[in-house]
Design a binder for this molecule. Structure first.
Ligand SMILES: [Zn+2]
Ligand SMILES: [Zn+2]
Length: 409
């Protein structure tokens, strides 16, 4: 499809600067009055009409994915600090038209955004961790318990790389977390479905390039190593129905990403502040700022170079700082080395991806939400019975209050 590029800079009320270039992609809101479509070519408009009637914002649970469509939601796009109302740590959700849902990382604070979307938690049983920094898995505990309370009645499957030594691998981390949650899990088991309190860890060797680590229901997920802090960090590539989603996790620019993200429909790679930007933001000396920005992460010009080589249909930057001057600096840095389709992601951006179009919107939901609805399968899943307290504690029950009779099972 031959069409014009539309370039613009968007300033939101939060002072956020995002830069997007759409070359042959359709922005949301098919119909009149859309400033983006007013610049679209005839081809684009036709393709937009053929795509879907999508509302200008994404209102969770109001649209059904088409069988050939992938929806990607940014649940967290920031750093380990500060975790603010406006920006949580890294987490991404990928929903497919075949009904599958995949989570990539669960950084600190990201659960607030996930729960705000009120997803069907019975389908959210797969998490792929890029590495074990808290800004990438710090909400795994909140997810294990929260999703179990909200509709997940089968074990949670956690995928992640091995480490240099067994104690630095994903299996050891999840086992330790489950030990820490022993009281919590035991207290709820029986009230909640037994199987939902279980976690199955799939630890794989972090070294092999482009190895298949998951294959089911027409979905293949592959991994390759990332260069970040310690051995064990990985990147992922999800392939389904002719579409490719890539999540780089945290990494210094590396040859594997360039090779295996090549031509992806949607490629997410971190984009860190420059050494100077990080030094100013964290009030650090230049040496640690330079090391962190450019030796274990990727500064904007590095991000641009990586994307210029891998040439995805949409390049997505995350791990940013939501301050206008830093965002502007990042954009200018990227544009020195990359002029293709780009989004600097912020929390709750949503993309619907098909072979023909990529529609980008923001999710809209209130700050206060009720829990997700559960399924009948969740309600009737096996429960072994409520946890018991000791005679000593039960001896303290006050006779002045009589609870209502317990319904039969
Ligand atoms: Zn990290
Ligand atoms: Zn990180």
């Amino acid at each position: 499809m031959k069409s014009k590029s539309i370039r613009y800079t968007l300033m939101t009320t939060a002072g956020l600067v995002s830069a997007l270039v759409f070359a042959g992609f359709i922005m949301s809101g098919v119909g009149s009055g859309n400033p983006f479509l007013s610049e679209a070519s005839a081809d684009q408009e036709k393709s937009a009409e053929a795509a879907v009637n999508r509302l200008p914002s994404y209102f969770p649970n109001t649209e059904v994915l088409r069988p050939d469509e992938m929806r990607i939601t940014a649940l967290g796009t920031g750093l380990p600090t500060p975790i603010t109302r406006a920006q949580k740590s890294t987490a991404w959700m990928v929903e497919l038209g075949n009904g599958d849902v995949f989570l990539f990382d669960l950084g600190t604070g990201s659960m607030e955004n996930l729960f705000g979307l009120r997803p069907d938690f019975s389908r959210l049983d797969k998490v792929f961790l890029s590495h074990l920094h808290s800004d990438h898995f710090g909400d795994l505990d909140a997810f294990i318990v929260g999703s179990w309370l909200s509709g997940r009645y089968t074990p949670l499957h956690v995928y992640g790389g091995s480490g240099d030594t067994p104690e630095l691998g994903t299996k050891a981390a999840v086992e330790a977390l489950m030990k820490a949650l022993a009281w919590d899990i035991k207290s709820r088991t029986g009230i909640l479905p037994d199987a939902g309190g279980k976690v199955i860890t799939h630890e794989f060797d972090y070294k092999p390039e482009n190895q298949v680590i998951y294959e089911d229901n027409g979905v293949k997920i592959k991994s390759w190593p990332a260069i970040h802090s310690l051995d064990g960090s990985v990147s992922y590539r999800l392939e389904w129905n002719g579409l490719t989603f890539v999540f780089g996790g945290d990494t210094r620019p590396n040859k594997w990403f360039i090779e295996y993200a090549k031509g992806a429909d949607f490629a997410i790679h971190e984009c860190f502040p420059t050494p100077k930007g990080l030094a100013a933001f964290n009030d650090w000396e230049m040496r640690p700022a330079t090391f962190v920005s450019s030796y274990i992460h990727t500064p904007p010009q590095g991000f641009g170079k990586v994307m210029s080589e891998s040439k995805p249909r949409m390049a997505v930057a995350f791990h940013t700082v939501l301050l206008p001057d830093i965002q502007q600096g990042m954009l200018e840095g990227i544009r020195k080395t990359y002029d293709g389709p780009l989004t600097i992601a912020t929390d709750l951006m949503v993309w619907n991806v098909t072979k023909d179009t990529i529609i980008m919107r923001e999710a809209a939901f209130p700050d206060r939400v009720t829990p997700s609805s559960t399924t009948q399968a969740y309600k009737s899943a096996h429960r072994s019975g409520e946890a018991k307290m000791s005679k000593y504690i039960m001896g303290g029950v006050w006779k002045g209050f009589t609870p209502p009779p317990l319904p039969e099972k």
